[in-house]
Design a protein around this ligand. Structure first.
Ligand code: V47
Ligand code: SF4
Length: 396
């Protein structure tokens, strides 16, 4: 054998795998997969828990997240995803609107906000917001900064005019952070504010603003933002009033794996209480133009591992979104095999991630989403905010 051939052979045909094939009794029959394990009994025991549908502890999650090979994590998450929705992948024909970039919070990871009153900022009037909308959408996703200027009536008018003009389109508006801000600025309790918003047309709350719940990390990355408990409390109150919501986690900045797992555990425990979360969206940090511009941001492997561990820890939240705006279209497509069951939607216009360096398009067509899902060998299912189904891609 020539030296070149030998080099080729030894570099492409592994003679001793670093992983050993591990046949978990029953697993191959049950889920049709073989697992890579490191001969690590702890990892095997955790894998068995996932297969048996048992809940993972914080320690289990941390062990799996930190030690297991990507393929094992992905296979387990895919198994958990398939147990809940088979080959289905959800998407929504939606329109995001960012109504104001003025914000008093000045979070250090945020490239979107402008100082209140600064000439570079922009607040849309209610008329402008309504003019940006259209009747073809299933969801309006409306969020902005914590703007000190508009009173409660601005938000109520936005909701009621959306409801009047486009009664068929779901209104997913204002994060928990905005709702707390609006209520405080208006001298109302969060309860009163939510009641008025619901009466005006609020139907669901988006998940933004969760960041990382750990108080020390929060003090560093967003010292002026409401606490993690306050964020959870707004969601709890909304759920008690019958309003569903989503939840998020911003990862890949200064936090450690333990902060991510504890964050997921807190969301899981509120979900045990209320059952009001529909979807979880892991948000991949984009550093450009932020105070953490020197950080690299998460890589693709971290993105996939985080999607997978989210599916495994959040055994009671039905949907995990691969938000393609932040992940990129191709990685979001791959994430559909790592525990995600939702691609969010057409979006149309996005500023928060794009100001922080995202190089994805700001929106994509419905057909393109369908093509991505089919290209992953999965079934596209069109939904609205509340997961009412309008169309399934296997219906012909
Ligand atoms: O609240 C801010 C985060 C959120 C950056 O509920 C950043 O269906 C990355 O919450 N890099 C807004 N992330 C996006 C969001 C969302 C997106 C899609 C669907 C849903 C849903 C919610 O983005 C903010 C903040 O947590 N964020 N700056 C940044 N530089
Ligand atoms: Fe304001 Fe939200 Fe940006 Fe924080 S992340 S500065 S709350 S717009």
């Amino acid at each position: 054998m020539s030296p070149t051939a030998r080099k080729w052979r030894s570099s492409t045909v592994p003679t001793a795998s670093p992983w050993r094939w591990w046949n978990i009794p029953g697993a191959i029959e049950e889920i049709g997969l073989e697992f890579f394990l490191e001969g690590d009994e702890r990892t095997e025991a955790i894998a068995r828990k996932v297969i048996a549908g048992e809940r993972l502890s914080v320690d289990d999650g941390l062990h799996l997240y930190s030690n297991s090979p990507l393929h094992l994590l992905g296979a387990l998450a895919d198994h958990a995803k398939r147990r809940s929705c088979g080959d289905d992948i959800y998407f929504c024909v939606n329109r995001h609107v960012n109504y104001s970039d003025y914000c008093v919070n000045e979070c250090r990871f945020c490239a979107y906000f402008k100082k209140p009153g600064s000439p570079e900022g922009r607040r849309l009037s209610v008329n402008q917001v309504i003019e940006m909308l259209d009747s073809g959408y299933r969801e309006f996703h409306i969020v902005g900064g914590c703007d000190p200027e508009p009173g409660l009536y601005y938000y109520l008018e936005m909701l009621s005019r959306m409801k009047k003009a486009y009664p068929e389109t779901r209104r997913q508006c204002f994060t928990a952070v905005e709702i707390e801000h609006i209520s405080r600025m208006s001298g109302l309790s969060v309860d009163e504010c939510l009641d008025m918003m619901i009466a005006a047309g609020l139907e669901a709350i988006p998940g933004g603003g969760a960041e990382i719940f750990d108080a020390e990390v929060r003090r560093e990355i967003c010292p002026n933002k409401i606490s993690g408990d306050a964020y959870l409390d707004v969601h709890r109150k909304a759920h008690e009033k019958g309003i569903k919501s989503n939840c998020t986690m911003l990862y890949g900045h200064i936090e450690e794996p333990v902060h991510r797992i504890e964050h997921l555990a807190k969301l899981r425990s509120l979900q045990d209480e209320t059952g009001g979360f529909l979807a979880f969206i892991p948000l991949s940090f984009h550093p450009e133009n932020t105070m953490y511009a020197d950080l690299p941001g998460p890589g693709g492997i971290d993105d996939l591992r985080t999607i997978a561990i989210s599916r495994l820890m959040l055994d009671n939240i039905p949907h995990i979104k691969a938000f393609w705006i932040m992940l990129g279209l191709k990685l979001a497509q791959v994430a559909l095999h790592f525990g995600a069951d939702d691609l969010d939607g057409t979006v149309v216009e996005e500023h928060i991630t794009h100001r922080a360096g995202a190089n994805t398009p700001v929106g994509i067509a419905r057909n393109e989403i369908i093509r991505l899902i089919r290209g992953a060998g999965l079934v596209p299912v069109e939904r609205d905010t509340l997961y009412k189904i309008f169309w399934r891609g296997d219906e012909g």
